[in-house]
Design a protein around this ligand. Structure first.
Ligand code: S3P
Length: 175
């Protein structure tokens, strides 16, 4: 498989969707988000999928969608924070696109996520869940081609840094 997409990975709240959408606009590429595609193709929201079949059911959908979206035309792909928990997914991502891992400090993530209602894995005490999951997932995003800490950066500044690094790593497609 050709490594032609630009793929954003990272923990919940690191800004993947916002940055990915702007990145796609900047490059003139299509943008697809795996969570949005799961919801569209399953005809259910993510909380509904979790409620019906647990995390397992959601992960099945997520994997199926990842395979679909990495086929075909070059695009910016943004992903759910837990997609890399499955090594097969990680391999698929690493081999089909130049991959950017977005991150932010734990405090910043908590600030962004504390009142979130749309992420089943943060139910209960969101602050505690962010800390636990961040610890459990340490290292899982390390395979990325480029790492960016978005703490204190505007989405526009993140986009510029990604483009600069991407152009430095490849021929940048003339963008
Ligand atoms: C998840 C992250 C969410 C979504 C689902 C599970 C996770 O996506 O896929 O709620 O396991 O980290 P975002 O990273 O876009 O919030």
């Amino acid at each position: 498989m050709e490594k032609h997409h630009l793929i954003l990975i990272g923990f919940m709240g690191t800004g993947k969707s916002t940055v990915g959408r702007m990145l796609a606009e900047r490059l003139g590429w299509p943008w697809v988000d795996t969570d949005t595609e799961v919801e569209r193709q399953a005809g259910r929201s993510i909380p509904e999928l979790f409620a019906e079949g647990g995390e397992v059911r959601f992960r099945e959908w997520e994997k199926r969608i990842l395979w679909k979206v990495t086929e075909g035309e070059t695009k910016v792909i943004t992903t759910g924070g837990g997609i890399v928990l499955d090594p097969a997914n990680t391999n698929r991502i690493a081999t089909s696109g130049w991959t950017v891992a977005l991150d932010a400090t734990e405090e910043e993530l908590i600030r962004r996520l504390v009142s979130d209602q749309s992420r089943p894995l943060l139910e209960g005490n969101a602050r505690r869940r962010v800390r636990e999951l961040k610890r459990e997932r340490q290292g899982v995003y390390d395979f990325a081609d480029f790492y960016l800490d978005t703490t204190g950066l505007t989405p526009a500044a993140s986009v510029e840094r990604i483009i600069k690094s991407w152009k430095g790593c490849s021929d940048g497609g003339g963008v």
